[in-house]
Design a protein around this ligand. Structure first.
Ligand code: SAM
Length: 417
């Protein structure tokens, strides 16, 4: 990775007549990092920094307090700086510097990021106190020994001197080997999951503000993590959407307040009604055409192509053999592919005959559980799937482009007895 501190310093030298602006302090470092490093280098390090909109969203309802604040994956401070920017200033530059030195804690693995982070905090103070007008007038002090709480360390081996009131983080999202030390996840897991779990464990009394990949909230792989942390996490979750224009990953923000008792990490917009899992068995179709051998019983074969949305199916032209157990009608079929931009998130159809069907694994099916009026149940749930209410709830719960069985099972619809 190109040394971002050197790049930033060169910029300052080459633009001596430019004003010390917000843009230089807040936006320039990430612009330089992105222009000088390929995406694969950034991905390896997980170096995707938070911008104004995302941080404003994260801090929307958070009182900004002058108290210990810790960023365990600080980068060069894009998130931390935006928090500090909102703090009330003391009477003088010196006093504020002293205050911030006693409350700011940060860990980061990349040495050049740490150097730049310290410099940017100092520059932010220069900007706020109008210390200089031009970049050429800056006299940068030796900051090595300043901000002792800002360290070039592995966050899992560092503990701030005082327990922070706030832990704020946008951890790296890449997949890492969990080394099988976590009961909630083995093999490759999102690094963000490890950060969330570790920080929650280390700082149970801190308010945890985090930007996290949507998969942690909605993916079935992280169900165990959610149940591990949710009973005590006392958290709040808000869906944000795409990280930024250049980074196509959906994120949510978490605000875990120790003073509140909420279990929103497991959030399902529940209203009056019955959960789908009480009336239906929900599964993914089991046939994978390019992988399965064509053996077994021949039955009608449902795929995303021969199930028109909103249709009532009795039989289809296509048939296939499969060793998997066929599904007997009536049942409801859902397309698994579903984008947050789709008007209807759960595109459903009813199979109303009692024939046997094999189903492609791009489909989810809901088989009524031995009720007398199975068809009526199917109609009730399809009515719910086609409603705006259902699409809104699903969009809140899941931003990735595939519906999951867990989400469908836990939805509440008005139907059943
Ligand atoms: C997604 S960036 C976030 C930077 C910054 N907090 C922001 O939002 O702009 C994550 C940062 O975590 C750092 N990082 C990765 N593993 C770490 C670890 N074990 N300890 C400390 N920092 C780490 C990466 O170098 C990267 O700069």
């Amino acid at each position: 990775m190109k040394d971002i501190y050197k790049l930033f310093m060169s910029y300052l030298m080459e633009h001596k007549d430019d004003p010390l602006s917000r843009d230089v302090v807040f936006n320039l470092p990430y612009q330089l990092l992105r222009s000088e490093n390929g995406v694969s280098v950034l991905r390896k390090r997980g170096a995707f920094f938070s911008g104004d909109n995302l941080v404003d969203f994260l801090l929307r309802d958070v009182p900004i307090v002058k108290a210990g604040i810790y960023d365990p994956a600080a980068g060069c401070g894009d998130l931390l700086l935006r928090y500090l920017d909102k703090l009330e200033l003391a009477a003088s530059f010196r006093e504020t510097m002293q205050e911030w030195e006693s409350i700011v804690f940060a860990a980061e693995l990349e040495p050049s990021f740490v150097k730049l982070l310290k410099l940017r905090i100092w520059l932010l103070l220069c900007l706020k106190y109008h210390v200089v007008t031009k970049l050429g007038e800056l006299v940068i002090p030796d900051l090595k020994k300043r901000f002792a709480g800002v360290v070039c360390r592995d966050a899992f081996k560092y503990l701030p001197e005082t327990m922070p009131t706030i832990v704020i983080m946008n951890p790296p999202f890449q997949q890492v080997d969990s080394k099988s030390i976590y009961s909630w996840g083995t093999g490759k897991v999102s690094y963000a999951a490890i950060f969330l779990y570790e920080m929650y464990k280390r700082f149970p009394k801190s308010r945890i503000l985090a930007i996290l990949p949507d998969v942690l909230r909605s993916g079935s792989r992280y169900e165990k993590l959610r149940t591990t942390v949710a009973p005590d996490l006392e958290s709040a979750v808000r869906v944000y959407g795409r990280f930024d224009k250049k980074t196509d990953i959906d994120v949510f923000v978490l605000d875990h307040r120790p003073d509140m008792r909420q279990r929103v990490l497991r959030n399902v917009g529940r209203k009056q009604g019955r959960m789908i899992c009480h009336d239906f068995d929900v599964h993914v179709g089991s046939v994978v055409p390019h992988r399965d051998t064509l053996k077994g019983r021949s039955c009608y074969f449902l795929t995303a192509d021969n199930v028109p949305p909103g249709s009532n199916i009795i039989r289809v032209k296509e048939k296939t053999k499969s060793v998997h157990k066929p599904v007997k009608g009536p049942f409801v079929v859902l397309r698994r592919t579903s984008s947050p931009s789709d008007k209807i998130r759960c595109v459903s159809s009813i199979v109303s005959s009692s024939h046997d069907f094999h189903l492609d694994n791009h489909l989810i099916y809901l088989k009524p559980r031995g009720h007398k009026s199975e068809l009526k149940l199917c109609q009730d749930v399809c009515k719910f799937f086609s409603s705006q209410e259902c699409s809104d709830i699903v969009s809140r719960l899941i931003r990735c482009r595939h519906l999951t069985v867990r989400i469908i099972r836990n939805l509440t619809y008005k139907g059943g007895k």
